[in-house]
Design a protein around this ligand. Structure first.
Ligand code: SF4
Length: 732
């Protein structure tokens, strides 16, 4: 899979860092997100009522509202309006909804000149390309590429080179085109039902010009953009720029209440901003302006009735989910997107508007790393929408190699689903076999003939080193060894996650030793894997069965007031997050509240009175390497547990440098898949760069997740170990 190029990576990473910096300045960021979410939830809940109110308001204002069932219906109406004006030129501001209905093509077929006035959209119109990002459509193009394009197409007197020259050239040319336009078209970021006010959030001022210079204004919008009141705009204005491009506020926020007369820009006199007598809001405007609001369904009302896709309608199209996505940063929106929308949330939009086939074309690029979850200003569970769509795609699949695994795997899925997904989704079964037959299973799996077969049949890339199964699992080792702590402070469950139990047994042993050093008696119960593996393949029914089994297996321990300590962050994230969708509310809450990251738990124990403190764990004074390069797992960061590792290491005297990449690129089974191996390694380059830089290349590499561990092994010539292995005593 090809990456889009450096420009996408640099720009999205810049936006993403800008978001971190900008929201850090907000005191009430989480409260603002909750407020925005509540407004959208309410608006979608009361959508029919709000649409009626909006229609009444716009008509009272003197405008016309048209409800379009689909793209064809919307375009038919728009063409009639444009034809009724004998319009030769229509100028447009940036609007994803207009892209969705392909209105340009419809109007151009009637001989109307359509001009995009957003700079990025105009660049793409000149280049005859599609947007690659929902906010910055030409993000894949560098300044040099745009300069070369303009010089070739427009052949200016003086060659264009700098950003200033390009912007001035575009502004002059677009100004002329807007001034002579017959009809203006805009989208709408929000429309308020109480006043008919359209909010347009842009980086340039051309949206307002497009709306007010021609006497006829058409606004196209999905029905989901309506919110109840003008006051409700407030949290969105605070959040949208910060979330998308990392700006505290976007350059232009235009509030228009058409068709009321609006001030018209003065194109003749550069010293005077507005034409006319400059008195009052309507100065220089035609009082007989015409306004048409085209509200488009195109699948949205059905999405509203769909319990899982409904959340998509809360999206304010800020692009934070794209910018925070490591895969998007590498491949861009042309690959990670469908007919119109791109990035993580595109799966919801494309599934609802175009159908599962279109969504299925890119859905697997979401690895459920979950880095978008905290970035989303309306708290949409984007990975869950992707998982649901994946599950639906599995259920309509018509695979033909299913007989290879049917009957061998105890899953809850229908026949016909993709054999690769089925293999990875049933990893627990294969790991059990691998351990039982180790070391022969490891030797056999590594034979070149096996790797070729696995690649051909299951799509497991032969360049990726396979995990090594341990004959003696963590559970078996502990059952044979037994607890080694007298007069324990208390008992805790050490959850034997699939990866620690069957492959990374050493980190499990280290966790046992560290907990025992803190005076804790460890219990390792016989419970199955969390269901992370099937969930990642969209096998929701199978994951739910795992969740129910795990809860049954742990409930007795919770009844006995035993906390659950988890080493693998992706499994702790299941307990803290995904199980909300898989278990009854009470069971989820109970397990979530009593589950802890192993380093978090050790830190709390060390700070607690009445037992051994930090001195019971190993520090640099015990001969451990004191300089650490730490890579936290993506899901661990999302559930805000990574900071505990840093805090504990620093308390013990380690000097910690933490990577700031969103994801290592491995993401569970993703990096093993033939079609994604190269993308996985490309994403990993950032992490490699950070851990081979002069200031980090001598440091001990510390990880927390199994996937990250395997990826670090592939990226670096030196070993990586779990943080608990660094702090645990050697032996007990
Ligand atoms: S899903 Fe959330 S983060 Fe993504 S574009 Fe929509 S509002 Fe922004």
């Amino acid at each position: 899979m090809e990456s889009e190029g450096d420009a996408v990576g640099e720009n999205t990473r810049g936006f993403n860092q800008g978001r971190y910096d900008s929201v850090a300045k907000l005191e009430a960021y989480e409260e603002l997100k909750s407020e925005a979410r509540a407004i959208k939830e309410d608006a979608i809940e009361r959508l029919p009522e709000l649409l009626d109110e909006l229609e009444e308001t716009v008509e009272e204002n003197g405008g016309t509202v048209y409800f379009a069932d689909d793209a064809e219906d919307a375009n038919r109406y728009i063409r009639e309006v444009v034809a009724g004006k004998d319009a030769e030129r229509l100028v447009k501001s940036k609007s994803m909804t207009s892209e969705e209905i392909e209105v340009n093509e419809a109007l151009e077929a009637d001989g109307v000149e359509v001009v995009e006035t957003d700079l990025g959209e105009w660049v793409l119109q000149v280049a005859d390309e599609a947007p690659s990002h929902i906010v910055a459509p030409a993000i894949h193009k560098s300044r040099a590429e745009i300069a070369a394009l303009f010089n070739e197409v427009f052949d200016p007197e003086d060659e264009l080179e700098t950003a200033e020259e390009l912007t001035k050239f575009a502004r002059d040319r677009l100004g002329e085109l807007i001034e002579g336009a017959d009809v203006g078209m805009t989208g709408a970021n929000f429309i308020t039902a109480d006043s008919g006010t359209i909010a347009l959030v842009t980086s340039e001022g051309n949206a307002r010009k497009s709306a007010v210079v021609p006497d006829t204004h058409i606004a196209v919008s999905g029905v989901e953009k309506v919110i109840p009141r003008v006051e409700d705009l407030s949290p969105f204005v605070e959040l949208i720029g910060r979330s998308g491009t990392g700006q505290d506020i976007t350059s232009y926020i235009s509030l228009l209440t058409p068709p009321g007369a609006s001030p018209v820009p003065n194109f003749e006199d550069g010293d005077s901003a507005l034409a006319g007598d400059h008195e009052g809001i309507g100065a220089g405007a035609n009082p007989d302006r015409e306004f048409h609001l085209v509200l488009i369904d195109n699948g949205r009302l059905a999405m509203r009735q769909d319990a899982e896709l409904k959340e998509t309608l809360y999206c304010i199209r800020c692009s934070a989910c794209s910018n925070s996505c490591a895969n998007f940063q590498s491949v861009g929106g042309h690959v990670f997107g469908g007919e119109t929308y791109s990035g993580g949330i595109a799966t919801g939009w494309e599934a609802g508007i175009e159908g599962l086939d279109v969504a299925g074309g890119f859905n697997d690029l979401c690895t459920s790393c979950s880095r978008c979850v905290n970035a989303c200003p309306v708290k949409i569970d984007i990975p869950w929408i992707n998982t649901v769509v994946r599950d639906r795609i599995n259920r309509q699949a018509d695979g033909n190699a299913d007989w290879l695994v049917e009957g061998l795997v105890p899953d809850e899925e229908p026949g016909g689903m993709d054999v690769q997904k089925r293999l990875f989704g049933n990893f627990e079964t294969f790991a059990g076999l691998g351990c039982a037959l180790a070391p022969v299973s490891n030797w056999m799996a590594d034979l070149s003939v096996s790797r070729r077969l696995m690649e051909r049949v299951f799509g497991v890339d032969r360049r990726r080193e396979l995990p090594s199964f341990q004959r003696t699992t963590l559970k078996k080792w502990y059952d044979e060894r037994g607890p080694k702590v007298s007069a324990p402070r208390r008992q805790v469950v050490l959850y034997p996650d699939l990866y620690t139990n069957t492959m990374q047994v050493d980190r499990g042993k280290a966790a046992v030793r560290a907990l025992e050093a803190m005076g804790i008696q460890v219990v390792i119960p016989d419970v199955r894997s969390t269901g992370r593996a099937p969930l990642s393949q969209g096998m929701i029914a199978t994951a739910r069965e795992h969740a129910e089994d795990v809860y049954s297996g742990l409930a007795l321990h919770l009844d006995s007031d035993r906390d659950v300590v988890v080493i693998e962050p992706s499994d702790l994230a299941m307990f803290k997050s995904e199980y909300e969708k898989l278990l009854p509310e009470r069971s989820f809450r109970r397990l979530a509240e009593h589950s802890y990251d192993v380093m978090e738990y050790l830190l709390e124990l060390a700070e607690e009175d009445g037992g051994p403190g930090f001195e019971a764990l190993c520090s640099p004074d015990d001969g451990r390497s004191g300089e650490v390069a730490y890579h936290p797992n993506c899901q661990q960061k999302t559930i805000r547990k990574a900071e505990f590792t840093v805090a504990l290491l620093e308390e013990l005297g380690y000097d910690v440098v933490t990577s700031d990449v969103e994801c290592c690129g491995m993401a569970g089974s993703f990096g093993y898949k033939t079609e994604y191996y190269e993308l996985s390694m490309d994403v990993g380059e950032s992490l490699k760069g950070q851990f081979t830089a002069p200031e980090t290349r001598e440091r001990t590499v510390v990880d927390s997740g199994t996937s990250c561990h395997k990826q670090l092994e592939s990226l670096l010539p030196r070993e990586s170990r779990h943080a608990v292995e660094l702090v645990a005593p050697e032996s007990r």
